[in-house]
Design a protein around this ligand. Structure first.
Ligand code: ARG
Length: 463
């Protein structure tokens, strides 16, 4: 490439240093924005024509050439390549190669600063729905597990110590609830990207009579940015998308951790299918949950993309600065990471077999202590007193290696005369879940409704 071929060569006496030029070039990764760039340029040619800047014949020649360039790129990804500084320079070079001076008119009143912001906004609009779709698929896999779990019981945990009995379905739906928030968060990132930056020029606005409202409608934006200085440097939609990806990864990591732990020999609560597990090169007996470990590991990378990006942004003076070019690799990597992890997690979750033979016995015993206290409360004992009485019973039972089920009516009454004859019979894991009353609880009716709600949401998102 000769010096006159760069977009900004006129001001410079000689050609740029090859290595430095390559260092600051973004074409290797912003080629991802090729179609967005062409789409924005076609719309810009229309806006210039409507503003009387471009005559109709030149504007349509530009559009025809852009259409051809897009087609070439669609047919052969290898076409979108070259020593260009970035994708914007590439598209313009292709245009000028076809149209000469007419092609050189397209950049009138426009800056790459707003162009790159436009392209990335279009990219976010195109790409995030794929992530949202993969989230819906994972929520559907969790709902299917909740359905399959039926009335099976399992212990719930706090501090990774047995807490209270719950339906296994309730556990699966807990993860679905978090993922639905991630879905909404990705939607919010799309909303944030939904503003047309064109018309901002390099920083002060454009001096051509561009109808920005019409251009926004033409490109499918619901509004135009409010301030051209802000627009040149605003990548909040990138930060929001990165945060949405990082938090979704945190949730995937926690699903992974639960399945890894509950799938271990020690718990034995569930088993992942052979097809999503890996073996050991040395120990013949091993069946390892590698995909889940990788999901957990990649979460660090997604969080790193967010923190790296925010750190890059924090010291920037207003207006465009080249630091902003870091937005694309951060975003593309976070999106690809999340998408891959969503698909792997959905495959593993879909393959899980619950083992009620292990979960149900673990859901009884001392987990019923709260229910014993509630039994006393129902008989007029203040909760704090009941807590103390039951704590004393637990201490004695643990010391003698017994559990609540083994207590005789006389022994119950020995602890507190307000225990009824039916105390032992009523204190079971099943009765415990059935005693819950709130809509977010593990009561079987509540869980049935929660599952129906998740399924309706999945259906609505897929339609
Ligand atoms: N490749 C650049 C980026 O990604 C495009 C904008 C360049 N603008 C400029 N004034 N150098 O941010």
């Amino acid at each position: 490439m000769t010096d006159s071929e760069h977009l900004w060569s006129g001001r410079f006496a000689g050609a740029p240093d090859e290595e430095v030029f390559r260092f600051q070039s973004s074409f290797a990764f912003d080629r991802e924005l090729f179609e967005d760039d062409v789409e924005g340029s076609i719309a810009w040619s229309e806006a210039l024509e409507a503003a009387g800047v471009l005559p109709a014949d030149e504007a349509s020649a530009i559009r025809a050439a852009l259409g051809e360039i897009r087609e070439l790129g669609r047919r052969d990804a290898g076409f979108v390549a070259g020593a260009d500084e970035d994708v914007h320079a590439f598209v313009e070079r292709q245009l000028v190669e076809r149209l000469g001076d007419v092609g050189r008119r397209l950049h009138t009143g426009r800056s790459r600063n707003e162009q790159v912001s436009l392209d990335l906004r279009l990219h976010v609009r195109r790409r995030l729905p794929q992530l949202e779709g993969a989230l819906v698929d994972l929520v559907a896999a969790l709902a299917a597990q909740a359905d399959r779990a039926g009335s099976a019981l399992m212990p719930s945990y706090t501090h990774l110590r047995r807490a209270q009995p719950v339906l296994a379905a309730h556990f699966f739906l807990a993860h679905a609830a978090a993922l639905r928030r991630d879905h909404a968060r990705l939607g919010a990132a799309r909303d944030e990207a939904d503003a047309l930056p064109l018309g901002s020029g390099a920083i002060a606005g454009t001096s051509y009579a561009i109808d920005t409202a019409a251009l926004a409608r033409r490109l499918g934006f619901s509004r135009v940015v409010a301030n051209s200085i802000d627009a040149a440097a605003d990548r909040d939609f990138v930060s929001t998308a990165l945060h949405a990806c990082a938090l979704a990864m945190v949730h995937l990591s926690r699903i992974a951790e639960d399945v890894i732990v509950f799938g271990s020999e020690e718990f034995g609560f569930l088993e992942i299918a052979d097809r999503v597990a890996t073996g050991s090169s040395l120990m013949p007996q091993k069946k390892n949950p590698d995909p889940l470990e990788l999901v957990r590991g990649k979460t660090g990378r997604a969080i790193g993309r967010l923190t790296g990006w925010l750190t890059a942004m924090k010291g920037l003076p207003s207006g465009y600065n080249k630091d902003l070019q870091e937005d694309k690799e951060a975003l593309f990597d976070a999106e690809a990471t999340l998408l891959g992890c969503l698909r792997a997690t959905a495959a593993v979750v879909g393959s899980v077999t619950l083992r009620p033979g292990r979960t149900e016995p673990a859901a009884g015993g001392m987990l019923l202590a709260t229910d014993v206290a509630d039994h006393l409360v129902a008989r007029g004992v203040p909760f704090r007193r009941a807590h103390e009485v039951v704590g004393g019973i637990v201490r004695e039972l643990l010391a003698s290696g017994r559990d609540f089920e083994s207590l005789t009516p006389a022994e119950w009454r020995g602890y507190d005369e307000r225990f009824g004859d039916d105390a032992g019979a009523r204190i079971t894991a099943r009765a415990s879940v059935e005693a819950r009353r709130t809509p977010q609880s593990t009561h079987p009716d509540a869980v049935r409704e929660a599952l129906a709600d998740v399924r309706a949401w999945v259906g609505a998102e897929r339609s």
